[in-house]
Design a protein around this ligand. Structure first.
Ligand SMILES: [Zn+2]
Length: 290
């Protein structure tokens, strides 16, 4: 079946609406923080949510962007995120690594290169810090939910990665909408979790949405790149296989949750943020980086 541009865009909006309803992602009066990096997935998501939100006058959207401090890359993304927010009339807040952690990401990478902390790739620790920054930003704007643009591709890659790492019980927590586990942790929601990346990219294209196309200058995680290549190859030969993998985990998640039990969350001895250890991963890393 072939769809014209308008019908294709509407089909993505409808699929997203159906996913939101299926997983009961929002309440009608939620204040929703949308993590907008400036890339195609997050910008497309902002446009789709702005459209859906028209029917819910009591709900509010606020876009949050993390400025890690990556020269020549993040500056362009920030401009694109701001332009999209302005076009849609959505409030836009920016949170910076420098203010939160005292250094830009470029400065952190420089320090790591200059010392013996070699067991972490830049992507690995940026991921931990970004997660923390987004949660802090969502909490600061008084959001009930924090929405991210993770697609079906991202979700299936994460499933494979957790299996590759022998860390399958982590999947208990990686739900389309997370539980309320601590007052300081904003619930995370992934409305694109059942939509393939090629469709979110096509949405941006047919809606003439501006997004940042260039990749981050710090190379991606090697294992995730391998997982992506495996899954893309399989999907090409056997269309629908990513969705089958995603659904398989959805079906066994209740059993995983029983096995993983509920890890009690404490507050980090250094920064007070929720963590399963005495000192959170962010603070552990900051100590390593110095
Ligand atoms: Zn901490």
């Amino acid at each position: 079946m072939r769809l014209c541009r308008k019908c294709f865009a509407e089909s993505i909006e409808e699929k997203t609406r159906a996913t939101i309803a299926k997983y009961r992602m929002f309440s009608h009066d939620d204040r929703i923080a949308v993590a907008v990096s400036g890339g195609k997935d997050s910008v497309s998501l902002l446009h789709v949510l702005a459209k859906i939100e028209e029917r819910y006058p009591k709900a509010e959207l606020v876009a949050v962007t993390v400025d890690e401090g990556i020269k020549g890359y993040r500056d362009e993304a920030l401009r694109i995120a701001a332009e999209n927010c302005k076009e849609l009339g959505v409030e836009h807040r920016i949170v910076t690594f420098r203010r939160l952690f005292g250094r830009t990401f470029d400065q952190m990478v420089e320090r790591v290169r200059g010392c013996d902390v070699v067991n972490l790739t830049p992507c690995a620790y940026c991921g931990v810090l970004r997660r923390k920054a987004l949660n802090a930003a969502a909490r600061n704007v008084g959001a009930d939910k924090l929405v991210t643009g993770h697609t079906l591709d991202d979700e299936t890659q994460t499933i494979l990665l957790n299996i590759f790492h022998g860390d399958v019980l982590r999947l208990a927590k990686e739900k389309p909408v997370t539980d309320m586990v601590h007052a300081k942790l904003v619930r995370r929601v992934k409305p694109f979790c059942e939509i393939p990346e090629r469709e979110t990219a096509l949405y941006a294209f047919v809606k003439s949405v501006r997004f940042q196309g260039s990749p981050c200058p710090y190379a991606g995680e090697a294992l995730r790149n391998d997982a992506r290549a495996i899954l893309n190859g399989l999907e090409e030969e056997h269309p629908g296989i990513m969705f089958s993998i995603f659904k398989s985990i959805e079906r066994i998640r209740p059993a995983l949750e029983v096995m993983a039990k509920k890890e009690g969350l404490k507050e980090c001895a250094e920064c007070g943020e929720p963590t399963t250890d005495n000192v959170c991963r962010t603070c552990q890393m900051r100590k390593q980086i110095g």
